[in-house]
Design a protein around this ligand. Sequence first.
Ligand code: GLN
Length: 247
Amino acid sequence: MKLNILWMYHDLMDLYGDKGNIQVLKTRCEKRGIDVTVDTCGIGETRTISDYDIFFLGGGADREQSLIFEDLLSRRDGIEQAMKSGTAFLLICGGYQMFGKYYRDQDGKTVPCLDFFDYYTEASDRDHRCIGNIAIEVTMDHETFNAVGFENHGGQTRGVTTPLGRVLKGHGNEYQSAFEGFVNDQVAATYMHGPLLPKNPRIADLVLMRGLRRNYGSVTLSELDDTFETRARETMLGRLGIKKASE
Ligand code: GLN
């Protein structure tokens, strides 16, 4: 099996080790004998987005978001085409915000976003920034499990009707919100950095299965030894006072 991954704005949208997400996707393919390629795409580079099975966009501070938004918006048709062709999307923080209607930054400046979904994001005042370790109960593709990460965002994302998960500890979409992220059939979007996938390989595998689905239909992935990943996640869940029950 082959899998093509597109890593958008690898040089600008890469906060808190988001590049680790790409490394995890790649390694989990290689261990299973899946022929994986990762192409990067910077501002002004030509890529046919619908050629890819997985589209990854990491987080960025306000500055990076204001640097990439014009280029990203110019690719809207290509992204829409990719959505129609079945590409899977993984979006982190700033990347997550960019798929909504708009992002209003701390200075009140509005950055137009791709407007694929109904949610929108407005920066909080300094006292309501969402910072710290976060744990959520993810529900994705009919699976429910706990995931951990780290969040640091001023943006308060409102209007999400299908969140990725329920907040167990931390903030999520808004300051002290009950819900975190956004999910649909093809798109998984979250405020969880850390990076997300090394401690949450189950999410990695769901994203890989979504990516493979485009060419191979529903596939079953072989089990990998996730002893260290599980230990890391459980340690953090323990520190945050969350029981293992729904693990
Ligand atoms: N600039 C955005 C915010 O603060 C996104 C930050 C991020 O990607 N961590 O809300």
